[in-house]
Write a protein that binds this ligand. Sequence first.
Ligand code: ADP
Ligand code: MG
Length: 245
Amino acid sequence: MIEIQGLKKSFGKLEVLKNISFTVERGDVVAIIGSSGSGKSTILRCLINLEQIDGGTVTVDGEPMIEDGRYVPPAEVKKITAKMGMVFQSFNLFPHMTVRQNLMMPAMTVKKMPKGEALEECIKLLDKVGLADKIDAYPSKLSGGQKQRVEIARSLMMKPEIILFDEPTSALDPELTGEVLAVMKQLAQEHMTMIVVTHEMAFAREVANKVLFMHDGEILESGTPEQIFGNPQEVRTREFLRSIF
Ligand code: ADP
Ligand code: MG
């Protein structure tokens, strides 16, 4: 589904991603773990073209987005990034719109979804994330956990083939993380392809089938959750896991 080869990204002199390579198969749940500042968010932001990549090759669904450091034409890039949804750490709902409007507006404007279909999808997806009764609420009336579940529903409105999550629960009070992780786990069980940057090691261990450990702009170690959590090979991985448990 996604193939990343030799991805490089710098901010000025700071080399943030050094030589990132990994693949994501359809239905994979890939967890990216690692200390703050190691480059996890930048990988996701590069994938959805929020950051310009400096080098490497990224192929999505067999179509290159950037090949040996050269981007395909912007219209092609847009078509490729449209296959990806993203849920951020912070809340990005429009505060002056109800939940219904937040979900329907992007689908109708960007995806040109007819209004009737958009409403039908909106109702279906709010039901899926357990928020059918909040359809007419404004974001300010929702808890952080509810907002993140609306964000997930909103990203599903665009019918993505993969969803990228950037620490979706790290801004939440601990008692609210469970409800968001439960929705993500359900998506995984429905075989949604996902890349999840997370500090929730229990979630990564249980739900992911691949784990990447990032350190200082590199993937230092990758493997199954059993390998990474049960038998990490690198000293840095062991140190990181010790610091977080
Ligand atoms: P993580 O998500 O693992 O905490 P990030 O990908 O956010 O790490 O950041 C990796 C490094 O890149 C950090 O050193 C951060 O300060 C730097 N960085 C991220 N975004 C920018 C930016 N827009 N400009 C300059 N430096 C940045
Ligand atoms: Mg980050």
